[in-house]
Design a protein around this ligand. Structure first.
Ligand code: S3P
Length: 413
């Protein structure tokens, strides 16, 4: 994909639905009583993996435009589930299937098969789950077992790990308490509470008891992780407005970064939709200052770090990002691939075991970016190139389909 420089960039963008919320709406309604409609659903490849897996397990699901109709299975059936590239599908299913007491074999593509699964399997075993990984990785086998509630302290602040435990706890005897070191995104807690689960969330602690779910319609907000690319383009080259974006406080670390970098932005038309806060986000071209970001803020901006790194490369001064070692186990090793992307475009980046040091240049030259089959590297590279002197190209750009199928069309518009 060739990207030409945009010396002035402005527009009003309809960003696709939130990936995390679409996955959850499909997975949870897939085991609920009744029928639900998910509107403004993200139909990227990752969420379609969740749809395919829930169909294999017995839920009836129809996709129509950007709507997904889900009729939950009353008792899942044993299945082989291909989770594709989607870590959220595989990890949440591990807990969901364990809680529902059926056999399942979970597989994924090459990238997913290199991502750690014991971080989910090991705590699920504390509840009594019978789960076998392949030396820590996929394929993962889940077999029926009686689950018993207990207190679990997770080792990483990961919404995927937390959600898997909560889903398993829905089918466990007694009370399960899940505690995480830092608060990760809480869409699971919000949606399950709306579906009638016996669940109480208090800061980093969630208490759950055995529950059955009733279906709920979900209107999915635009994904702030996808809006982030157009927000960054506004800050670098003009003015952008992204409408109806989810601003759940567990997801808005990028706005904290904007505050520190001196980005001129505004939240307009704030409202609540299906239990999630939403706003239109306007961003205007700004002189950017360097930032220092540490571990505490990481869960709230983890997927945005590649595009935040692009902003740092265009900022004045040296930015230091630390406590971000989770980036090493995403769809690619995003510390390595982000550093390689910026270096290829003329940026000055030092890779650290847990982050980067980025010496801002105010302007990048341009060049060729290898996406390394990682959607967020492809889109961050496109932002960096659109703001660069010469532009350039992205190799392997088609991976944007994972989370943002019309990304390049929207960029061109
Ligand atoms: C997600 C949680 C995050 C995030 C991923 C989606 C989710 O992963 O990076 O893109 O929907 O729960 P971790 O839970 O591993 O931090």
């Amino acid at each position: 994909m060739k990207i030409r420089p945009r010396f002035s960039f402005s527009g009003d963008f309809k960003i696709p639905g939130d990936k995390s919320i679409t996955h959850r709406a499909v997975l949870f309604n897939g085991i609920a009583a009744g029928e639900a409609v998910v509107t403004n659903a993200l139909l990227g490849a990752d969420c379609l993996s969740s749809v395919a897996c829930m169909r294999a397990l017995g839920a009836q699901i129809e996709v129509e435009g950007d709507k997904i109709h889900v009729r939950g299975a009353q008792g899942l059936r044993a299945a082989d589930c291909d989770c594709g590239n989607s870590g959220t599908t595989m990890r949440l299913l591990m807990g969901l299937v364990a809680g529902q007491g059926v056999d399942a074999r979970l597989t994924g593509d090459d990238s997913l098969s290199r991502r750690p699964m014991e971080r989910v399997a090991a705590p699920l075993r504390l509840l009594g789950a019978d789960i076998e990984t392949t030396e820590g990785y996929a394929p993962v086998a889940v077999r029926p077992a009686r689950l018993c509630g207990c207190t679990v302290d997770t080792q990483v602040a990961s919404a995927q790990v937390k959600s898997a435990l909560i889903l398993a706890a829905l089918g466990a005897d007694g009370e399960t308490v899940v505690r995480e070191p830092l608060l990760s995104r809480d869409h699971t807690e919000r949606m399950l509470a709306a579906m009638g689960a016996d669940l109480h969330a208090d800061g980093c602690t969630v208490t759950v008891r055995r529950s059955s779910l009733r279906a709920v319609d979900v209107a999915v907000p635009a994904d702030i992780s996808s809006a982030a690319y157009f927000m960054a383009l506004g800050a670098l080259c003009g003015e952008t407005l992204c409408r109806g974006v989810g601003i759940n406080p567990t997801r808005t670390g990028i706005l904290t970064v904007f505050d520190q970098m001196g980005v001129d932005y505004a939240l307009e038309n704030m409202r609540t939709v299906c239990g999630e806060p939403v706003a239109d986000i306007r961003v205007r071209k700004s002189a950017l200052r360097a930032v220092r970001l540490g571990r505490a803020v990481m869960p709230s901006l983890i997927d945005e770090l590649p595009v935040i790194a692009v902003l740092c490369a265009y900022a004045d001064g040296e930015s230091v990002i630390s406590g971000a070692e989770e980036l090493r186990v995403k769809e690619s090793d995003r510390i390595r691939t982000t550093a390689a992307m910026l270096t290829a475009l003329g940026g000055d980046v030092e890779e650290r075991p847990d982050g980067f040091i980025i010496r801002g240049k105010k302007k990048l030259r341009g060049g060729t970016v290898d996406s390394c089959a990682d959607h967020r590297i492809a889109m961050s590279g496109a932002v960096a190139l659109a703001a660069s002197e010469q532009g350039g190209e992205i190799l392997g750009a088609e991976c944007v389909d994972i989370s943002f199928p019309n990304f390049f069309t929207l960029l061109d518009s």
